[in-house]
Design a binder for this molecule. Structure first.
Ligand SMILES: [Zn+2]
Ligand SMILES: [Zn+2]
Length: 209
């Protein structure tokens, strides 16, 4: 362990696969993030819709690193960033249109958390394990392909508490703003948003199978 006290804030890279969209995350650590694998069908449909089923694990899981909005900054390639919603009320799922790398999911600007699929941190030799520690658990196992991973179905109290406490702390410490994906001025998305048409949604779901 290296002591980070009394030093300048440490940060790590955040980027799309082709490198056009780039950014930074400050103070990455196990304590600053909550890492879960999500097996829900929406995450799988999204990966197919953006042409990146390769980000899914062999059971269809997306490895998501939940971080405070203010910890994440996009520094380059803003003109490549897009958002896809699977429906009018769906999560905002931001991604890099250049290469399809998912950049972060958000319910909206009012909930101070961004869920970033780990691939956006696994650049320049970085690994999510080294930055954020191991996966804390898995959720929505009923959406997994084949046998759901152990403990991934139903409500997992400790995993949920861990996430709720982190988000509450980020809210209390003002880490909801600035937000990498929403405007501080009018709270609207900073990037173009597309709502998936019912036809494309059905197509993406078929591809999941
Ligand atoms: Zn790219
Ligand atoms: Zn999901």
């Amino acid at each position: 362990m290296t002591a980070r006290k009394n030093t300048a804030r440490h940060s790590a890279s955040f980027a799309c696969q082709c490198g056009q969209v780039r950014g930074r995350i400050v103070d990455p650590s196990r304590d600053s993030a909550n890492r879960v694998v999500c097996y829900c069908r929406d995450c799988q449909a999204f990966a197919h819709a953006i042409g990146r089923p390769d980000i899914l694990d062999d059971k269809g899981g997306t490895d998501v690193v939940q971080v405070a909005p203010a910890a994440l900054t996009i520094t380059d390639g803003q003109d490549r960033v897009r958002s896809l919603r699977l429906s009018e009320k769906g999560l905002y799922r931001f991604y890099a249109s250049c290469c399809g790398t998912p950049l972060g999911n958000a319910v909206g600007p009012a909930i101070p958390v961004v869920g970033v699929p780990r691939q956006a941190f696994e650049v320049e030799g970085q690994t999510a394990d080294a930055l954020f520690g191991p996966v804390a658990g898995a959720v929505h196992g009923q959406g997994a392909k084949g046998e759901p991973p152990p403990g991934s179905k139903g409500i997992q109290f400790w995993l949920l508490m861990r996430a709720v406490l982190k988000v509450a702390r980020w809210r209390l410490t003002g880490q909801g703003w600035p937000h990498p994906f929403f405007s501080s001025a009018d709270r609207k998305p900073l990037f173009p948003v597309e709502v998936l048409s019912p036809e494309r949604r059905a197509e993406s779901r078929r591809q999941e199978m």
